[in-house]
Write a protein that binds this ligand. Structure first.
Ligand SMILES: Nc1ncnc2c1ncn2[C@@H]1O[C@H](COP(=O)(O)OP(=O)(O)O)[C@@H](O)[C@H]1O
Ligand SMILES: [Mg+2]
Length: 271
């Protein structure tokens, strides 16, 4: 695939692993929604993989304690020995606790613990973890829990950009609107909308359009992703979506990743 041949190049780092180019700090991007099942984990894994394929050193952190499944979406179920609480406690440095993807150079993963009371997490320790991630990576994507609880706030508190994922159904739109409003009120970073599972048939049935979703959520669009069978296949086989090179969703996630790097990629036509 064209972008992969051109851009899958060695990530430019200093010898200690810090970002090259005069110590420019990386960006934290939190992926969230108001309702479960909209595609947060799928999007976190896919966008992270695309950023790594574009040559950006990228960390993705599973912050959805309890439901943790980012490892499955990345095909990294064997890489959950340490989790982010080891970094928060200071027991393990970030670079030791995270693992590089076996097939995607430059993509690193830090898992969530199976059991944890989110109220036990100190916000200051989370801030330190994000600071360290900014110093060592170009991008850090955080897979956040749905809803508007403590875990959601913790995952979003350091974000430069919060990507709110919504589908065309009313419950998802209302949840996304609520999440976006809370984020705006709390002074979170830039809020962007990803409309997922878009298909003419599905949206006709839902009596919805992408414009309806944008209006209902009240956030600027970062991209749309089609309802695509390869997303389901990728999840079922533990293969990162980016490796399904000809899938429509895969190409759309790549466009989103390119927009996040600051490239001007047209949104194209949508429903
Ligand atoms: N664009 C898509 N096309 C088809 N299926 C999708 C798409 N996005 C997500 N899914 C499916 O929807 C389900 C929920 O996705 P997931 O990413 O786990 O949601 P969340 O993390 O928000 O709970 C998964 O089975 C996933 O394969
Ligand atoms: Mg999830």
């Amino acid at each position: 695939m064209r972008w992969k041949e051109n851009d899958m190049k060695a990530c430019m780092r200093n010898s200690d692993g810090s970002a090259a180019g005069g110590g420019k700090l990386g960006k934290i991007i939190t992926v969230t929604s108001g309702k479960g099942g909209t595609g947060k984990t799928t999007s976190t894994a896919a966008i992270s993989s695309c950023l790594a394929a574009l040559g950006r050193r990228t960390l993705c952190i599973d912050c959805d304690v309890g439901l943790r499944n980012l490892d499955i979406a990345l095909g990294m179920t064997d890489y959950s020995v340490s989790d982010f609480t080891d970094v928060l406690s200071g027991a393990t440095p970030l670079e030791e606790a995270c693992h590089e993807h076996p097939k995607i150079p430059g993509l690193f993963f830090l898992s969530a613990p199976v059991f944890l009371d989110v109220s036990d997490i100190e916000a200051g320790a989370m801030d330190e973890l994000c600071k360290s991630a900014r110093e060592k990576f170009d991008f850090c994507l955080i897979d956040s829990p749905a809803g508007v609880g403590e875990g959601f706030s913790l995952a979003a508190r350091n974000a430069d950009i919060v990507v709110v994922v919504a589908t065309g159904d009313h419950m998802s739109m209302r949840g996304a609107h609520r999440a976006a409003s809370i984020l705006a009120d709390s002074g979170a970073g830039e809020i962007r909308l990803l409309v997922n599972r878009v298909s003419a048939r599905r949206f006709r049935r839902l009596r919805s359009t992408v414009d309806n979703v944008i209006d209902a959520v009240g956030a600027q669009l970062i991209g749309i992703v089609a309802e695509d069978e390869t997303v389901v296949m990728a999840g079922a086989t533990g293969t990162p979506l980016v490796l399904y090179r000809d899938g429509r969703a895969s190409r759309q996630f790549l466009s989103i990743a390119r927009r996040l790097t600051g490239e001007n990629v047209p949104l194209g036509r949508f429903l």
